[in-house]
Design a protein around this ligand. Structure first.
Ligand SMILES: Cc1cc2nc3c(=O)[nH]c(=O)nc-3n(C[C@H](O)[C@H](O)[C@H](O)COP(=O)(O)O)c2cc1C
Length: 207
């Protein structure tokens, strides 16, 4: 099916808003704005490298500042990929406001006590799901998974769910951040920051 005529024109005529020479401040400014206008601003596409080929999937950002944090299973595909190659890319698409933020960086495991604290702050059902799911591994059927879930949720009704050791947090130290603001006639605005030593270097890019 040809879908070349599917086209969304961006009518926004806003000038791209870059705070200063530190892209983290711009991310903070854009993110806070996105929380008011975007359904799930913390959702992003995480790309990792398997051998030499990229793999991507959606994730949820849980913290940001100098680093960007997310949680997952270290034995999942992405977990294994990040442990083999710490380079990754995070891509946020805030369609309601025609903004994209691309972050490339180096991922590191975060301390277990922080991960544990976050794990126990989640709803019990999510704790159980993380506890029972061997993420990315083959399962016999969805029904078997739900059966197991129901059994475990009963078992831990009044008890603390054991912390699954494979459940980890990664933080990404950004080395490159690009801000993209959609504009009319595909004349989009792009600003790229690259970290050189301790300093961020800024440049404008053609759309
Ligand atoms: C919006 C959205 C958010 C998600 N957030 C997470 C997350 O924070 N952590 C996670 O492990 N998986 C999350 N997932 C599931 C992943 O996309 C993926 O299916 C799963 O982590 C297995 O990926 P892998 O086999 O590449 O490791 C999310 C999926 C969607 C659609």
């Amino acid at each position: 099916m040809k879908i070349g005529s599917t086209r969304k024109d961006y009518k926004l005529k806003k000038k791209i808003k870059i705070k200063n020479n530190n892209p983290i401040d711009t991310f903070d400014y854009w993110y806070k704005n996105a929380t008011k206008l975007v359904a799930e601003p913390n959702a992003f596409c995480l790309s990792t490298i398997k051998d030499k080929a990229p793999e991507s999937r959606m994730m949820l950002l849980k913290d940001y500042g100098d680093n960007f944090t997310f949680f997952t299973n270290i034995l999942s595909n992405k977990g294994i990929e990040l442990m083999e190659n710490m380079n990754c890319n995070m891509n946020f698409w805030w369609k309601e406001i025609h903004q994209q933020v691309r972050i490339s960086g180096i991922s590191k495991l975060i301390k277990t006590d922080i991960t544990k604290k976050y794990f126990y702050s989640r709803p019990k059902g999510s704790q159980i799901a993380a506890y029972l799911s061997n993420q990315s591994k083959r399962i016999a059927s969805y029904e078997t998974l739900i059966k197991k879930y129901k059994k475990i949720i009963k078992k831990y009704d009044n008890k603390k769910v054991p912390y699954p050791k494979s459940w980890v947090g990664f933080c990404v130290e950004p080395l490159k951040i690009e801000f993209w603001q959609g504009a009319e006639f595909r004349l989009h605005q792009r600003v790229e920051f690259i970290k050189e030593g301790n300093k961020w270097k800024k440049k404008l890019l053609a759309p």
